[in-house]
Write a protein that binds this ligand. Structure first.
Ligand SMILES: [Zn+2]
Length: 311
């Protein structure tokens, strides 16, 4: 039995139940700090409904200082888990049960030890219009530069559990590289407060950063299968040292160099060209790479219009 440590803030008035989690991956620190701070900021007298905050969902991975626990299963691929499985399977089971108690759900991430992510908020492009509308509202309200709708069919995620239980849900990403960036913590606290206001759980006029100025620069819907799966993009051709040639937020064209992978003396050098045109939203920052590791994710901002096959 895995017990997930959580803080509950119960409002004086009735309203929905919002769950916010961090630390699904053990090496993602901004969300953990943001949720502890949020617990101090939200006043029970001002809150409508109930707020559940889980700063460190995957404690076994956090204590190890890595993305996963000892069994090396990715918690964000293992949901809904099982009650009698390995440590990650049991954590997935407990977390999935908690998710099913919520009316709305936010899952906060970063690029972890090895990657950095341009701030973005994502959601699944579910067929159910009521769910889709609620998720878009939450994602826009969260207020980061990129709002990204992706393949709803991906399995094993926390958001897959929410999807199957008809709970509107979003996730967010903000930098990473094993740091705990102060601006990231601040943006996450603000983002969560914005969603609380959007869901009418808090008075928008009471927000410390009111009025909110929009930071959204790109809104992209990508209906293609496995859109949003970041670990499979632009793989390294061989093991070595990665020297990036781009920075987060940079616009590049297909074929432009993402960077070089070199051997120890720098004599063998392979330039890796981007497979896509668009904005660099994820970049590897941990220099040692293995063959097949993702070096970067490029967000394609000019996709052709989606054809609805259900029509
Ligand atoms: Zn993560």
């Amino acid at each position: 039995m895995v017990e997930i440590q959580k803080r509950q803030i119960v409002g004086q008035q009735d309203g929905p139940h919002l769950l916010i989690t961090g630390g699904v991956h053990g090496d993602e620190f901004e969300p953990m700090q943001a949720l502890r701070r949020l617990a101090k900021v939200v006043d029970t007298n001002a809150l409508r409904g109930r707020l559940t905050l889980v700063p460190v969902a995957n404690e076994a991975a956090f204590l190890r200082g890595t993305r996963t626990a000892d069994d090396e299963l990715d918690l964000a691929r293992t949901c809904p888990g099982k009650p009698d499985g390995s440590i990650t399977e049991r954590t997935a089971h407990a977390l999935s049960q908690l998710i099913r108690t919520a009316d709305y759900y936010i899952d906060l991430h970063t690029g972890g030890t090895t990657m950095s992510v341009w701030p973005l908020v994502g959601y699944k492009l579910v067929p159910d219009q009521r769910m889709l509308t609620a998720q878009r509202r939450m994602a826009r309200a969260f207020n980061l530069p990129v709002v990204w709708g992706t393949d709803y069919r991906l399995q094993g995620r926390t958001l897959s559990v929410a999807r199957d239980a008809n709970i509107p849900s979003i996730y967010a990403e903000y930098l990473g590289s094993g740091l705990c960036d102060a601006a990231g913590v601040e943006a996450y606290v603000e983002g969560c407060l914005n969603v609380l206001a959007e869901l009418e759980m808090l008075d928008p006029n009471s927000l410390p950063h009111h009025p909110v100025t929009s930071r959204i620069q790109y809104e992209v819907d990508d209906h293609r299968e496995s859109a949003g799966h970041m670990q499979i993009r632009n793989p390294s051709p061989h093991t070595g040292f990665f020297e990036p040639a781009v920075h987060l937020g940079q616009r590049i064209a297909a074929g432009d160099p993402l960077g070089d992978v070199t051997d120890p003396l720098g004599t063998r050098r392979t330039t890796v060209g981007s497979r896509e045109s668009g904005i660099v939203i994820v970049l590897r920052t941990f220099s040692r790479v293995f063959e097949g590791d993702a070096l970067a994710v490029v967000l394609e901002t000019d996709l052709p219009p989606h054809e609805d096959h259900d029509a």
